[in-house]
Design a protein around this ligand. Sequence first.
Ligand code: ATP
Length: 530
Amino acid sequence: MTSAGDLLIARPKRFELPVWAVLLGLLLRWSWRAAWWCLRHPVATGTAALALTLYVEYDWPGLVVPVVLLSAASAVWRWRHESSWWAWLAGPLLGSLRRVFVYRRVWREAMTLCGLAATYDHRTVLPELLAVRSDQALDVLTVRMVRGQTPEEFQNVTANLAYAFGRRHARVYSECPDEPPTRSGRLGWLLRAVDRVRFRDRPTVVYLVLVRTDALRTVVPPFPVPTVPDFTALALARREDLRTWSLHLLATHVLVGGATRRGKGSVLWSLVRALGGGIASGLVRLWVIDPKGWMEFAIGRPMFARFACKSFEAMADLLDEAVEVLRERQTRLAGVVRVHTPTEADPLVVVVIDEMAALTAYLQDADLRKRIASSLGLLLSQGAGVGVLVVAALQDPRKEVLPFRDLFPTRIALGLTEASQVDMVLGDGARNRGALADQMPRWAKGVGYVILDGTPEPIRVRFSYVTDDDIRAMAVQHPAPVDAADILAQVGRETATEPARVPLPRRPSGPLLPESLRNLLDRDNGGERR
Ligand SMILES: Nc1ncnc2c1ncn2[C@@H]1O[C@H](COP(=O)(O)OP(=O)(O)OP(=O)(O)O)[C@@H](O)[C@H]1O
């Protein structure tokens, strides 16, 4: 049995330091820290040293005069070239101030409460805030993750991070959200070398983008119509960072998902507008299907090479003819090119379908529905490479409604009604990565999420709002050529009145007899067995 008297208590030996040694140690420690801080912040240190020298030499005028001169120079710079002023002066300055006075102050609390702090060796380890870069609308925080963390852990708490820093919108990127600029000129090689270091792949950091000023709150006016559209960059929307979001239309199909009255029309009309110059020159042919019957597209009719809006047979015919164009091009281009290049002789055919579910799910005529489904399946699986593209809008993105959802490589999600629909439109995990399309406020008409080429993270954009008057003006300025419908010698079919819808065959009315009995009666009457 062990008693208290048997226990051996071991105490570490304590050295008593004289007070002067303690004070000297503290002094050395703080001096080392101050020197290290100055080395890490050369601009702030240099500015402070300069200000001190000027003050000592010239008293107050030595400080006031340079401040006034620098402010005037800055104002002129901003007036003459605002973007470079933001990139080189205001952005870095504002970023440094916000880093110290906004983010560093609440960093520990925010990281801990958002569940991003880890514990190692009985110590709390936090993600490290490396840098903050600001522009007119956004703050981009470069954050070094704790060892063992992945960008997904940050993406899963994107909304928490936004609110933790007092913002409504945030996005987490695993790679630098900015692209390296194109450098040319005499010093281009040097700048390119610097960019290679600046934009190097950094798997240990994530980029947290916080929206400071929501640039998408105001309506975006229509973009100018280029004379020759660049099919790889059609300007359609404004991004959160005030840049223009451009659609890469070449060799892709586009799906626009959005609940009713969320602005699907503005996406389609922004696209039609961006293609305007090509419509008039014959470089693009728009084949438009509007199952809502004249509701959405009728005022732009002069711009369309083909238009079907009243009968579903005409819509099915239009799609069949698009398949014919596809087949003809496949035969002609096989072994010659891999991707069709639009020319006036061989234009890009864009089949625009508003409310696609009307053709794929709500159409009652089962035969017609099957016919439409088979044409759409062919167009979506084989049309992109030969320049027969489909741009479709729909409200309900479920598989039952749109079985070909996965055949659309480019997808746009406007305001949706359910969280699950976001991933249905943009792909698995898009909502976790920040596409909160189901939480759009009422004012956010025409606001949506898109996925940029090459990055898995979605960005928020607002499509330009093309009014009815703009559409009328476009129809006058950019009408389709008179022979626009004549791609496969089909002149006149669509300009002719659409065929009246043939009524569905009805079952002969009569006594409700069982099938077997009716067969027996038919046989007795000399009729054929059913
Ligand atoms: N980009 C936009 N900017 C501002 N307001 C817009 C924008 N797009 C649409 N709106 C507004 O939202 C309303 C609905 O737009 P739109 O008809 O395009 O929606 P939709 O999704 O096509 O509707 P539906 O489901 O009925 O087809 C418009 O009347 C317009 O006032």
